[in-house]
Design a protein around this ligand. Structure first.
Ligand code: C2E
Ligand code: CA
Ligand code: CA
Length: 641
């Protein structure tokens, strides 16, 4: 009971967030009210003017009230006291209207209440309820008054009411009931409005959270690419307005995949969180940091005039990455590669700038990582050329533009040709000759080297077969193989297949591998090499002396021949009779390990003499012959018989 009473007399509270909505609605309802006021002014003054012939006082007197309200609308709309002005003005017209026409004062209450409702709430219902009850009320009571009715024979009221006292009381009860009903309608409207606002608020909150998660990376909490795309235009506009620059900084962690693969994703994830903290720490306040994927981040620096201003940020980033990180007992070392493009210097197009920063970053990766690089147009051209070459390689391959060249190898003692190294050439239909130093690294990066590698094996074994048929059974052709071929795993099968297909002696085939191949994926490489060696194929260490191979590696791997790099041969000069220390050491080392030694890049006679004197077994170089096509090689063999 107490609750019910409390409820009846309690006022619904309008929370702060709702009041803003009301304010907006007030402006709307003020407009409606002003229109209604004008209508009422016209009707009221029109009727009075007909009845009492007072055009002037009615209409123009009304105008004195209405016009200021219309005039004030743009300045005061939405203000509560403006609403009161309108309400009072409407009431005044109602008084004129009703007094003259129906002559009853209580109707003004209804009009006033209805106005209040209409001013406050959007719903038309209270207005209809109020209008109907008011009309019914007045029909009934005007009738009762007109005929001076009294239900219980009570005395007729003299003042203003032409009916019995009971009817007056009855009337009063009626008015109070109407007010109560209207009051409750108002109350429900308020409550409804408040709960509507509550729900709306919750929906807004959820939307906000949803927006946050869709625009942020949930591992590091940094904005994601979508957010970056949303913001970048305004950053650009701001830079244009302030005449400052923007830097698009691409940051990619070096060898992050290794950490993920070897230590697991939980360590990788933790590391990425640390990286996010480093980024936040190192960059300036007004930079925008995004994680765009795996271990890739984009930082947008703004508000600087000169690119030198970026250098402290970049170097502090690189430095912080080089520190040691301790995660779950693992001590990890990181480094990052950073590529930078500048707006508006490099381009005014955002997606182009992104591409440029990416290109600059890839240059850093290619140059050995752990550094930064600004984008340059020549870098772009280079990338363009490379992309063209990569795209063209496939076509060229199927159109037979790749051919094998053969560079003879000579026995240093006898001067006889003992075989050749096979070297790839691309005879491009438009650009002519393209050297392997240009296309091999690209083919390696795309994996196309696997196709080329198979082609080389196939061609070399076919040539060996052909040479055998010509009566050359002791020549050895050595082919170059790259890391990818070892990684991929079917190098051994490939060699085996082609050897048996062409029915050749495996001893007539050699493979040249670089020291870097031995150092990578040691176990896998070693087992593949052992299998290859078992077939009878010779194994050469190419470019020997330029890598890091230690003596233990040389012992561990089944190597037959050391191929001394051209650099050491270049050291042999004509007049300088000083012993070439490094070259001699390599030669001695080869001998002590029981390996054959071949010198490559021998261009001059004095180099040849020196090498022969030092017991170098084999010689290869322009001094004897440049790489040549198969026909020329066969012709050379025939002439030197
Ligand atoms: P590489 O294996 O060190 O090959 C020797 C390179 O030195 C060849 O260049 C050869 O033409 C050149 N050369 C030989 N004698 C002399 C000389 O006396 N003076 C000078 N200045 N140069 C000499 P080429 O043919 O341009 O090959 C370059 C590199 O391309 C090769 O270096 C090798 O790493 C790679 N390559 C060539 N063919 C193949 C292939 O079939 N497969 C793979 N994976 N790589 C290949
Ligand atoms: Ca080679
Ligand atoms: Ca070499």
């Amino acid at each position: 009971m107490k609750n019910i009473i409390n409820y009846i007399f309690s006022y619904p509270k309008i929370p702060d967030f709702a009041s803003k909505n009301f304010q907006l609605f007030h402006i709307q309802s003020d407009k409606t009210m002003v229109v209604l006021l004008i209508v009422q002014w016209l009707i009221a003054t029109f009727i009075t003017s007909i009845l009492y012939n007072t055009h002037f006082y009615g209409f123009f007197g009304g105008a004195l009230i209405v016009l200021p309200i219309i005039f004030l609308y743009p300045y005061l709309k939405g203000e509560s006291y403006y609403r009161y002005f309108i309400a009072i003005a409407m009431m005044l017209f109602s008084v004129i209207f009703i007094q003259q026409y129906l002559g009853r004062i209580e109707m003004h209450f209804h009009v006033f209440i209805v106005m209040a409702i209409l001013t406050l709430y959007k719903d038309i219902m209270p207005l209809i309820v109020a209008a109907i009850t008011t009309i019914l009320h007045h029909i009934v009571f005007n009738y009762l008054q007109f005929y001076e009715v009294s239900l219980f024979d009570m005395p007729v009221m003299v003042f203003n009411y032409g009916c019995g006292f009971d009817i007056v009381i009855f009337h009063a009860i009626f008015v109070v009931s109407e007010l109560t009903v209207l009051g409750y309608i108002i109350r429900f409207q308020i409550e409804h409005s408040v709960s509507l606002n509550n729900t709306q608020n919750k929906v807004n909150q959820l939307n906000k959270e949803l927006e946050h998660t869709s625009l942020h990376d949930n591992l590091t909490g940094l904005p994601n690419r979508l957010y970056l795309n949303q913001q970048i235009d305004s950053l650009k506009q701001e830079a244009l307005k302030n005449d400052t620059k923007l830097a698009i900084i691409f940051l990619d962690l070096d060898h992050f995949k290794n950490i993920n693969d070897t230590l697991g994703h939980h360590i990788g994830d933790e590391l990425l969180q640390i990286v996010a903290k480093i980024l936040i720490k190192c960059v300036s306040q007004n930079s925008f940091i995004t994680r765009i994927g795996g271990d890739e981040f984009i930082i947008i620096e703004s508000g600087f005039q000169n690119e030198d201003e970026l250098l402290p940020i970049i170097s502090s980033l690189l430095e912080d990455f080089r520190k040691e990180f301790l995660i779950k007992g693992h001590s990890l070392r990181l480094s990052a590669s950073i590529g930078i493009s500048l707006f508006p210097d490099d381009s005014s197009n955002i997606s182009e700038l992104m591409k440029y920063a990416d290109i600059a970053m890839y240059k850093v990766k290619a140059d050995g990582r752990n550094n930064f690089s600004f984008f340059t147009q020549s870098l772009n051209n280079k990338i363009h050329d490379e992309v063209n070459i990569i795209n063209d390689m496939q076509r060229a391959f199927y159109e037979g533009e790749f051919v094998l060249y053969y560079q003879p190898k000579i026995n240093a003692k006898t001067g006889q040709i003992i075989g050749a190294e096979t070297l790839l050439r691309w005879k491009h239909c438009q650009h002519g000759y393209i050297g392997p130093n240009i296309f091999i690294p690209l083919a390696e990066s795309t994996g196309f080297i696997l196709n080329l590698g198979e082609f080389v094996i196939q061609e070399s074994t076919k040539t060996i077969k052909q040479l055998n048929e010509l009566g050359y059974h002791d020549l050895i052709l050595s082919i170059n193989v790259s890391t990818r071929q070892f990684q991929n795993g079917n190098l051994y099968q490939n060699l085996q297949e082609k050897i048996s297909e062409n029915n050749i002696n495996p001893k007539q085939l050699g493979i040249e591998i670089t020291e870097s191949i031995m150092m990578k994926y040691v176990d896998k490489t070693l087992s593949t090499l052992q299998k290859i060696k078992k077939l009878g194929i010779l194994i050469y260490i190419d470019d020997f002396g330029t890598g890091y191979s230690s003596l233990s590696y040389l012992k561990k791997f089944p190597i037959d021949v050391l191929k001394i790099d051209k650099n050491f041969i270049d050291d042999i000069s004509e007049n300088n009779t000083n012993d070439r220390l490094l070259l001699n050491t390599i030669l001695a080392m080869g001998k002590s390990l029981g390996l054959k030694v071949i010198a490559e890049g021998v261009e001059h006679e004095y180099q040849f003499h020196y090498l022969r004197k030092k017991d170098c077994d084999m010689i290869q170089g322009y001094y004897f012959a440049k790489p040549m096509n198969k026909e020329d090689f066969i012709a050379l063999l025939k002439s030197s018989k």
